[in-house]
Write a protein that binds this ligand. Structure first.
Ligand code: CS2
Length: 487
């Protein structure tokens, strides 16, 4: 089988959409940090569509650590397939990513492109943990990567350190027009990133902090599209349909949404012509998406895994789990958001449940279960906080927290790997607690780096511990019964 590349585009089946712009003469205007599956299925897709309106808006991708993507896509001119798996499937070749580099080996090249006057936008998908924030949402100055970068400002390893180094050089060169866009599921992502970058800069040079604050735009965004990781079955099926070998195709559902705050410093691609929404206030969209989609996603991940379900589709197909999700949405999550005429929250939530029922994709719960210590504060704990303030219930919001704690304890006792920056701490703690779920749960609940002031809120802790007792039942039937009792 021939390899997907510029030279083989003419061999694609007629129904596969190929780049419509001149791949050889279109340059980069965007640098993206963290070109994982989500970026390639989402921002790169919108940019691909916008490129047909002209402009040098291709993307240079920077991987912070892994060289795998660069190696795999090198053989195919950085082209890859985006496969939309839904009732109406489709395939499109994305050419928006022009070049890729890896921080560990290509630092010089990365610095040049980040500081080039032709780079007008830097986007990021570095996941929650990539921002190095503490439990209050501020830059964690004790984070090992930040400590490293403050001591070695010329060879940063964190995204925040890399941005500050870039901005220092751009200031010296007089290249101020730049917009930096966080595309991660972090509440107030633009504001937090700005605060972290300005905070870091001030530790190095106060006037640099002032300059960044005055000249660089950090719009907030809401990003949404369910993008399961590429697995062997999907890879084989894609290559068969394509008739060409693509080493790293990407899959996603048909639904996709990108809402961006309209505060750019400098030009941007024709994103507004291809479905991106620009608005003065993203915060409500962002909050609603984080709580309604990501909050229930994490609930499905932990509760579903404890019931031996493998995928989102399997979990939402269980009547008990589905009623937990519906009740959680109706009685605790949607009320936490208050009234807002921008979105019909009931309809929005129903649409999200329908997206979970997409039988064409296998979205593994284990993928969503990663990094709970980083995700749950934004997805669940902020909602608990609002409900406490508003006098609303948080009994069901305590369920995903309890399920996460039982999940971590079970993984530890079975000697299975946990994917989380705090994985080592959790496994050691579980051992210390002799793998007794309620003892382990109480110890984690006292970790203020995750729970902040909620560690001292007895009513919340009590509810979580009650659920832990119920959910740590051994048998699957016992577990379902336990859930029903909670409901
Ligand atoms: C998921 C998200 O992996 C996860 O934690 O909840 O990646 C989710 O699929 C996206 O935010 C959907 O937009």
């Amino acid at each position: 089988m021939s390899c997907l590349s510029k030279n083989t585009l003419s061999q694609l089946p007629a129904e596969v959409i190929a780049p419509s712009y001149d791949l050889d003469n279109t340059e980069c205007g965007i640098v993206h940090i963290g070109p994982g599956a989500f970026h390639r299925a989402h921002q790169a897709y919108y940019t691909e569509l916008a490129l047909s309106y002209g402009g040098n808006w291709r993307i240079h991708g920077v991987s912070m650590r892994s060289a795998t993507l660069k190696q795999k896509l090198a053989k195919q001119d950085n082209l890859y397939t985006l496969s939309v798996l839904d009732n109406e499937p489709s395939m499109q070749i994305i050419g928006a990513i022009k070049s890729l580099s890896v921080l560990a080996t290509d630092r010089q090249e990365i610095n040049e492109i980040l500081c080039a006057p032709t780079t007008h936008i830097i986007t990021l998908t570095v996941t929650e943990k990539g921002y190095c924030l503490n439990q209050h949402g501020d830059l964690d100055q004790a984070h090992k990567d930040i400590v490293h970068d403050l001591a070695n400002p010329e060879t940063p390893i964190s995204a925040v350190g890399l941005l500050v180094q870039t901005l220092k050089t751009r200031r010296a060169l007089g290249h101020s027009q730049l917009t930096i866009i966080s595309c991660d599921n972090v509440a107030d992502n633009g504001k937090k990133l700005k605060k972290a970058v300005v905070g870091f800069a001030r530790l190095v040079d106060d006037s640099l902090g002032d300059w960044i604050e005055a000249s660089i735009a950090f719009p907030c965004t809401m990003v949404d599209s369910i993008t399961p990781a590429t697995d062997d079955a999907f890879l084989t099926a894609t290559n068969t349909n394509l008739g060409l070998e693509d080493q790293w195709p990407i899959q996603r559902e048909a639904f996709t949404q990108w809402v961006v705050e309209d505060t750019f410093s400098g030009p941007r691609p024709a994103w507004d012509k291809v479905g991106v929404t620009f608005t003065n206030d993203v915060s409500f969209f962002e909050k609603a998406k984080l709580r309604i989609l990501n909050g229930t996603h994490s609930t499905l991940a932990y509760v579903g895994s404890l019931c031996d379900k493998e995928t989102v589709f399997e979990a939402i197909s269980s009547p008990t789990i589905r009623s937990l999700i519906e009740k959680l949405l109706n009685t605790e999550i949607i009320p936490s958001l208050g009234d807002n005429s921008q979105i019909d929250l009931q309809a929005y939530a129903q649409e999200i449940i329908a997206r979970y029922e997409n039988k064409h994709i296998r979205h593994l719960l284990s993928q969503i279960a990663w990094d709970g210590s980083q995700k749950l504060p934004f997805r669940i704990l902020d909602t608990v906080r609002d409900n406490i303030k508003l006098g609303l219930p948080f009994k069901l919001l305590s369920v995903p927290i309890a399920a996460w704690l039982v999940f971590l304890c079970k993984k530890s006792v079975n000697g299975e790997a946990i994917t989380d920056p705090k994985a080592d701490e959790f496994t050691a703690l579980a051992k210390e607690c002799e793998y007794v779920p309620s003892v382990f749960a109480e110890a984690v609940l006292n970790d203020t780096s995750i729970f902040a002031e909620l560690s001292d809120f007895e009513q919340f802790k009590h509810l979580v511990l009650e659920h832990v007792k119920t959910l740590s039942q051994l048998s699957q039937e016992g577990f379902i019964q336990g859930l029903e009792d909670i409901l």
